[in-house]
Design a protein around this ligand. Structure first.
Ligand SMILES: Nc1ncnc2c1ncn2[C@@H]1O[C@H](COP(=O)(O)OP(=O)(O)OP(=O)(O)O)[C@@H](O)[C@H]1O
Length: 228
């Protein structure tokens, strides 16, 4: 599903955020990216989303080489990837329903599809009774569930979550993890960058540990593996 071949990323100021990273993520995998601050996790996520370009190496998504695709092709690549961030990034002036519907409007889905799909997804994330609420009226855990609903409403094969539990208490974090795992069980490939040791240790999924821009470890059913 996603293949990285000797990917390096050097930022304009000379920082090497990634060096020679090779990785193969198969359809249906659940992968944690872990590592200390500055290890390169967010950079890896940005390269996958084409928010940044590689300095060298190759990125293949869904059998297509996307390393040097043209800017106008990027929206099509992003349709394959739902994204969830630590800070939710919901539109404050739109209701829960409208936030999720907006993701479908962008890809020009029909009104009919929107009217059937949005309530269905909101029921999957357990927010059927909050459709008319605004983000400011929701708890952090609920806001994150809206952002997950938005990320999966167009059925992307890949879901990328960058520190999705970073702003949540343990109880809400576990609700989010249950949701991500259930989405993964339905066949979606899930990639999650995290600092949450307890979650990684308990979930026992594949763990890719980065340090100073290199892969230190890639372990099936791994644990967090380092302190800090
Ligand atoms: N836009 C940028 N310009 C220059 N250097 C950057 C930029 N973004 C990140 N870096 C540097 O690249 C390295 C990797 O950063 P990155 O944000 O990918 O790490 P991270 O593992 O996600 O860290 P954290 O856990 O703190 O989010 C760091 O040394 C960082 O300072």
């Amino acid at each position: 599903m996603i293949k990285l071949e000797r990917v390096s990323k050097k930022y304009k100021n000379g920082t090497y955020a990634l060096q020679g990273v090779s990785l193969n993520i198969k359809k249906g995998d659940f992968v944690f990216f872990v590592g200390p601050s500055g290890a390169g996790k967010s950079t890896l996520v940005k390269l996958l989303l084409k928010e940044e370009n590689v300095t060298s190496g190759k990125i293949i998504v869904d059998k297509k080489d996307v390393t040097h695709i043209h800017n106008r092709r990027i929206p099509f690549l992003r349709r394959k990837m739902g994204v969830v961030f630590q800070d939710f990034r919901l539109l404050p002036n739109k209701t829960v329903y409208e936030n999720v519907a907006f993701a479908m409007e962008i890809i020009e889905a029909s009104h009919r599809d929107i009217r059937s799909q949005v309530p269905m997804i909101l029921s999957i994330v357990g927010l059927s009774d909050k459709q008319k609420s605004y983000p400011s009226q929701l708890s952090g855990g609920e806001q994150q569930r809206v952002s997950i609903a938005r990320a999966i409403v167009n059925n992307p094969p890949i879901l990328i979550a960058d520190e999705p539990t970073g702003n949540l208490d343990p109880e809400n974090s576990w609700e989010i993890m249950k949701l991500l795992k259930s989405i993964n069980r339905r066949g979606t490939t899930v990639i999650m960058a995290t600092h949450d040791k307890e979650i990684v240790d308990i979930m026992k999924q594949r763990v890719v540990e980065l340090k100073k821009g290199r892969i230190l470890r890639d372990e099936e059913k791994g644990g967090y593996g380092y302190e800090g």
